[in-house]
Design a binder for this molecule. Structure first.
Ligand SMILES: Nc1nc2c(ncn2[C@@H]2O[C@H](COP(=O)(O)OP(=O)(O)OP(=O)(O)O)[C@@H](O)[C@H]2O)c(=O)[nH]1
Ligand SMILES: [Mg+2]
Ligand SMILES: [Zn+2]
Length: 346
């Protein structure tokens, strides 16, 4: 008796994107109004080079594939994604070529990490994907660092599984005491804080070493010197940098596109436009706690109430750690502020 295979609820989809002989793998370096610059991996026939690509129309929807091993992969579901960027800088893609300089992206390979922000009304914007580390750049002065904003960027890194590296740039404009006062809190927690000056070449060798062989993105407010630092790391980049208004210390957003740049020492780095504020993606209070890494030790002792939200409950381990100085009051306040902001945005 022949066994009849069970009827699946799967709607057959008119097309089945599958890797075939004509497909190549590459890395998306730049996204600009529907056009993509893709870096072609070197293979037997070609040396590494870049192509201008468009996106296969059907990729604008998000597909779910059947996981059956014996069957060819088949689309089981297609839906409009919540964020418009199906392809982002850092994505590994499969593409077909039209000629030596142009191609079509046929498939986006699964992302290992995604650094994104919720721009407004829950609409997410993917900034860079597949990163190993997030280089969080602030300036010692001009503009003065806002610790509450540094905390946000750290949460964004931690919640995406990215290792943060904190840069205190424009070290030439401040003395040791001011630098320490502004950044030592992060070193105490256990983060690597690197003092740099793009102007006077301070910390550039260390920065170059930290970027070697890894995929990193430079992020932070405008005018802090992200592009200037990258120019110091690799002078022939000649990225545009902007003079900042002396009165306001507000940057003019000199960098406008996100772009992955190959490093001579191996690895890739993305320069990104400054963000006035980084809007965090929706997350629960529990998830937010993981973005404050020094809280974990205090929470090893459970709070008296299992559902403690660490605000006003008696017997709260987190508050006890604040009271005895193990956790800084400022970091605790910062956590509460972010928790309330995330909860009111729901
Ligand atoms: N004194 C001093 N000035 C610096 C340093 N690094 C950058 N600058 C200046 O700060 C200004 C802003 O630098 P950019 O590199 O354009 O800053 P950015 O972070 O890339 O800014 P956006 O692209 O707008 O996000 C420029 O006038 C730089 O010359 C530094 O280490 N010391
Ligand atoms: Mg810039
Ligand atoms: Zn508690």
């Amino acid at each position: 008796m022949t066994k009849i295979s069970p009827v699946t609820e799967v709607e057959p989809f008119p097309f089945e994107p599958m890797p075939h002989a004509g497909m190549h793998e590459g890395l998306v370096l730049k996204v600009h109004s529907g056009q993509f610059i893709v870096h072609a991996d070197a293979d037997k026939e070609s040396r590494p080079h870049s192509l201008h690509c468009t996106l296969r129309g059907n990729l604008k929807k998000k597909f779910t594939y059947s996981s059956s091993g014996s069957q060819p992969r088949r689309v089981t579901r297609a839906k409009q994604p919540r964020h418009a960027d199906v392809v982002a800088v850092g994505d590994r893609v499969l593409y077909t070529t039209e000629d030596e300089q142009t191609g079509v992206i046929e498939e986006v390979l699964p992302r290992t990490t995604r650094f994104a922000r919720s721009a407004f009304r829950g609409r997410e914007q993917t900034l860079v994907t597949n990163l190993d580390q997030l280089v969080i750049v602030f300036a010692c002065v001009e503009p003065n660092p806002d610790l509450w904003r540094i905390d946000r960027w750290i949460v964004a890194a931690e919640s995406n599984g990215l290792e943060p590296l904190i840069i205190a740039n424009k070290r030439d404009r401040t003395d040791e005491a001011t630098f320490q006062e502004r950044f030592e809190e992060y070193a105490r927690i256990g983060y690597r804080v690197l003092a740099t000056s793009a102007k006077q070449n301070i910390g550039i060798t260390e920065l170059r070493a930290a970027l070697r062989g890894r995929v990193s993105a430079f992020t932070g407010p405008s005018g802090v010197g992200k592009s200037s630092l990258l120019n110091s790391v690799q002078p022939e980049l000649k990225l545009d940098t902007g003079e900042i208004g002396l009165v306001t210390f507000k940057g003019r957003h000199t960098t406008t596109v996100r772009e992955l740049i190959p490093l001579e020492t191996g690895g890739w780095v993305a320069d990104t436009p400054g963000l006035r504020n980084l809007e965090l993606l929706a997350m629960s209070r529990e998830e937010l706690l993981e973005g404050f890494i020094e809280f974990a030790a205090a929470l090893e002792t459970p709070c008296r109430f299992r559902n403690c939200i660490h605000e006003n409950e008696p017997g709260c381990s987190l508050k006890a750690a604040v009271a005895n100085g193990q956790i800084s009051q400022r970091r605790y306040d910062s956590f509460l502020l972010l928790a309330r902001e995330l909860e009111s945005a729901r």
